[in-house]
Design a protein around this ligand. Structure first.
Ligand code: NAG
Length: 493
């Protein structure tokens, strides 16, 4: 007789964004089909049984901020990971769904070609399920007219930049994007830093011959982020449409976000492990080493800043925690960090260092292992909320009978893992460093399942998933609060 289930997971402590309970889970045809108290499946037949031995069983990670296989948009660097290596790294760290960027250049006037080209890069290459945010570099009339089609194609989010010459939109263009996004129920992600302030600060540093990697931090003062965050909130409130401020690093920007949320505005916010674990000290390393931690916004002044970001996660200011995986090799003078080194600038020039850090594989284990977040909050910001905000819930980011894909992480039972030192050699990206080298780790996913398949088994083979198993997932609109007023936006008279 055929088995009742494909796989059952027993003796787990199941954690979702709303509950913690001792439950067993049954899986069939890629879906979660039954959840019962521990012991409730003892008479069930299954092809495979996984004993969680008291470990936490959580929905697979959803990473909604990932850069893969992007052309050099800001300078010489090209992302070191493509869809294959990036998604491989993701799955080995417990992330089962990623939303990457499909970047439209300023010189292009359509988004649909960008979408098509990005589909071609990802097709048959991914170890995990995926979707794309369209990055709008040129909100031409044609591009704005395509938002409707994007929704039909299963894309419900866009990203825009308030900095970087190659992508920066001025406020009128931002209003154009927000208005059309409102009509199509699209969530707009905003990189909120004031580009002109950064350029001005860069010129001040150059005049003083200050070129070392650490001056990347100086050139991006907190004020540039705080001002742009407040401006983005103001523009969003004016058009009455939801935005998500990406990679928030500054307590004062978080305070503006919290105040807007307290007024009932649909303002969402993201932060990343680099703002929880890194500071200015990591940028101020001997020689060129600091380049490894050059990302924008930069790691901030002190641990007090990190503490405020942790608090912001705990108190609900931050909706999601993403990696902002933006990988460049360090020891690479053709595409990586060392493209910024020249005869004139033997320890590099901060302005030319490709911006970004790898982190898709370490996001979950670093954050959970730190033990600072309530378990339900951890699931909420790393899995459930990104799924809700970007229209994937409850298929992703949840463990709901009959509705959720069987995307599951099983962690080591608390205290069972001997603390160990993280080394880049343990990771599966195509990058020659991790900013977290040498950090003491206390957790790692023991098993990861994607649509019912065991794709990671730490002790028996490691990576078991297959390239090409990951599928494009069509997304709906956000299931978090949207515009406060119904109907068309009207010019305030
Ligand atoms: C929540 O965290 C934010 C960001 O750190 C902070 O500005 C705010 O004061 C905190 N709010 C409460 C009520 O603790």
């Amino acid at each position: 007789m055929a088995d009742e289930y494909d796989t059952i997971i027993v003796n787990g402590v199941v954690v979702t964004d709303t509950d913690i309970a001792d439950l067993d889970i049954a899986i069939k045809d890629e879906k979660i089909v039954k959840i019962v108290p521990n012991g409730g499946l003892k008479d069930a037949s299954a092809k495979k049984t996984i004993d969680a031995e008291g470990g936490y069983v959580m929905p697979g990670g959803v990473d909604a901020h990932v850069h893969l296989d992007e052309p050099p948009l800001f300078g010489k660097g090209s992302t070191a990971d493509n869809y294959e290596t990036g998604s491989r790294s993701a799955v080995c760290g417990g992330t089962t769904t990623m939303v990457t960027f499909a970047p439209q250049k300023k010189s292009e006037d359509t988004l649909l070609d960008t979408l098509k080209a990005t589909h071609a890069k990802a097709k048959d290459a991914c170890y995990i399920d995926y979707s794309f945010h369209l990055l709008v570099g040129n909100p031409s009339e044609r591009a704005l007219g395509e938002f409707k089609t994007l929704r039909e194609e299963g894309i419900s989010s866009l990203k825009i930049y308030m900095t970087y010459e190659a992508l920066q939109l001025h406020d009128g263009q931002i209003l154009d994007v927000l208005l059309e996004a409102r009509r199509q129920q699209i969530t707009t992600m905003v990189h909120a830093e004031n580009g002109q302030v950064i350029d001005w600060m860069t010129a001040q540093l150059e005049k003083r011959k200050m070129f070392a990697p650490k001056y990347h931090g100086t050139s991006h003062p907190p004020m540039a982020e705080v001002e742009a965050t407040y401006r983005a909130i103001s523009l969003s409130e004016f058009i009455d449409t939801p935005i998500l401020i990406v990679h928030v690093s500054t307590p004062a920007a978080a305070a503006h976000i919290k105040a807007a949320q307290d007024r009932g505005l649909p303002i969402y916010a993201e932060t990343c492990p680099q703002y929880l674990f890194l500071t200015k000290k990591d940028l101020d390393q001997p020689g060129f080493e600091g380049a490894k931690c050059v990302c924008s916004p930069p790691p901030r002044e002190s641990e007090a800043d990190c503490d405020a970001i942790w608090d912001g996660i705990a108190n609900g200011t931050f909706t999601i925690l993403s990696s902002d995986h933006c990988p460049f090799k360090y020891d690479d003078a053709v595409q990586g960090k060392k493209t910024s080194i020249s005869d004139e600038h033997p320890v590099g020039h901060f302005k030319y260092i490709p911006n970004g850090c790898p982190g898709i594989e370490t996001r979950l284990a670093l954050t959970l292992g730190e033990g600072r977040l309530d378990l339900k909050k951890f699931v909420e910001v790393t899995s459930s909320n990104p799924a809700k905000l970007y229209g994937l819930w409850p298929r992703k980011g949840a463990l709901v009978e009959g509705q959720s894909d069987a995307d599951i992480n099983i962690w080591y039972p608390p205290g069972q893992m001997q603390p160990y030192e993280l080394k880049n050699a343990m990771l599966h990206h195509n990058v020659d460093y991790t900013p977290y080298e040498g950090r003491t780790m206390k957790q790692w996913p023991r098993y990861t399942l994607l649509r019912g398949e065991v794709v990671w088994d730490k002790e028996n083979g490691g990576l078991l998933g297959k390239k090409g198993y990951g599928k494009f997932v069509r997304r709906d609109g956000s299931s978090l609060a949207g515009p406060r007023n119904k109907g068309e936006w009207e010019i305030p008279l």
